[in-house]
Design a protein around this ligand. Structure first.
Ligand code: SF4
Length: 284
């Protein structure tokens, strides 16, 4: 263990000790921390919760004093995730934050829409001394579906992901890469082709999710390609037979390609009851 790792271990064991004794006022800090520094994003995906009805939240960032306080947690944190309804790769302090995390060799967990890929981003990630877990949200295998769901340039995002994969080539033992795919009525036909795409890109895993079905997720927005997107019409219960067929086909394609996938369960064929949303994996 090097000097940078000791504060993380000490903090973790202190947390376990405090938990075991039921101590309410703890002196440990989280060893796995997720930070959303802003709600700024350059995309406007049709299913993004930012579209929720009545949402008038202005664009904002964490205030400097709050961020100053949060940064003090970095040395004792093992895993630092930068997620949220935002695009972290556009954060004005992206490189400074990576430098601070690198000093403590924290594991970085990153989610990105794949739109940002400068030589400086590639270099910063290629040279990051700790582990990186990165998830590219893709949701499509074709430009039309991508444009309808994510409203951006599919080919550019694919080129960017390929560039990141090339930059990770020398550090694959310390880099875990996922593609993610939210299943909607608009995108269900892209599931199988995305298996082949993921295999060609060489990612570790392809993760499928159902569109969330919480109450209140109910809006209609104009999609860039193909008219309106009505949220409630796009949930998998609205096309259960097609959904089940594509789940089965996707599993078969992944097995054939030797690709690890995480995929939700099929839905019950009749009635309104759904099968448990268990996660299944196909391992290489
Ligand atoms: S990339 Fe993520 S945060 Fe940005 S609009 Fe799409 S779903 Fe929302």
């Amino acid at each position: 263990m090097n000097d940078n790792e000791w504060p993380k271990k000490e903090n973790k064991y202190r947390a376990l000790w405090e938990h075991a004794r039921g101590i309410a006022a703890v002196s440990s800090t989280p060893s796995d921390l997720q930070l959303g520094r802003s709600n700024h994003c350059n995309f406007k995906c049709v299913y993004c919760i930012d579209h929720r009805i009545g949402n008038n939240e202005p664009r904002s960032r964490l205030s400097p004093p709050v961020w100053e306080d949060l940064q003090k947690l970095i040395p004792a944190t093992e895993i630092l995730a930068f997620h949220g309804i935002s695009e972290f790769f556009l954060d004005p302090e992206f490189f400074d934050i990576l430098r601070r995390c690198a000093e403590t060799r924290a594991t970085l967990r990153l989610n990105t829409n794949g739109s940002v890929c400068t030589p400086r981003h590639l270099e910063a990630l290629a040279n990051y001394p700790g582990h990186i877990m990165i998830d590219f949200s893709l949701d499509a295998a074709t430009p039309d579906t991508f444009s309808r769901i994510r409203g951006w340039n599919f080919w550019r995002v694919l080129r960017n992901i390929r560039s990141y994969m090339e930059c990770f080539a020398g550090r694959r033992d310390r880099t875990w890469v996922a593609l993610s795919f939210v299943i909607t009525k608009s995108s269900v036909g892209d599931m199988v082709p995305t298996v082949y795409l993921a295999k060609a890109l060489g990612v570790n895993v392809l993760m499928f999710y159902r569109l969330h079905e919480y109450e209140g997720l109910d809006w209609t927005v104009a999609a860039k390609h193909g008219g309106d997107f009505t949220y409630r019409d796009e949930i998998v219960g609205e096309f259960r037979e097609r959904y089940n067929t594509e789940i089965e086909r996707t599993r078969k394609a992944a097995e054939l390609m030797g690709l690890k996938i995480e995929i939700p369960a099929m839905l019950a064929e009749t009635g309104t009851e759904t099968a448990e949303a268990e996660t299944e994996e196909t391992v290489q």
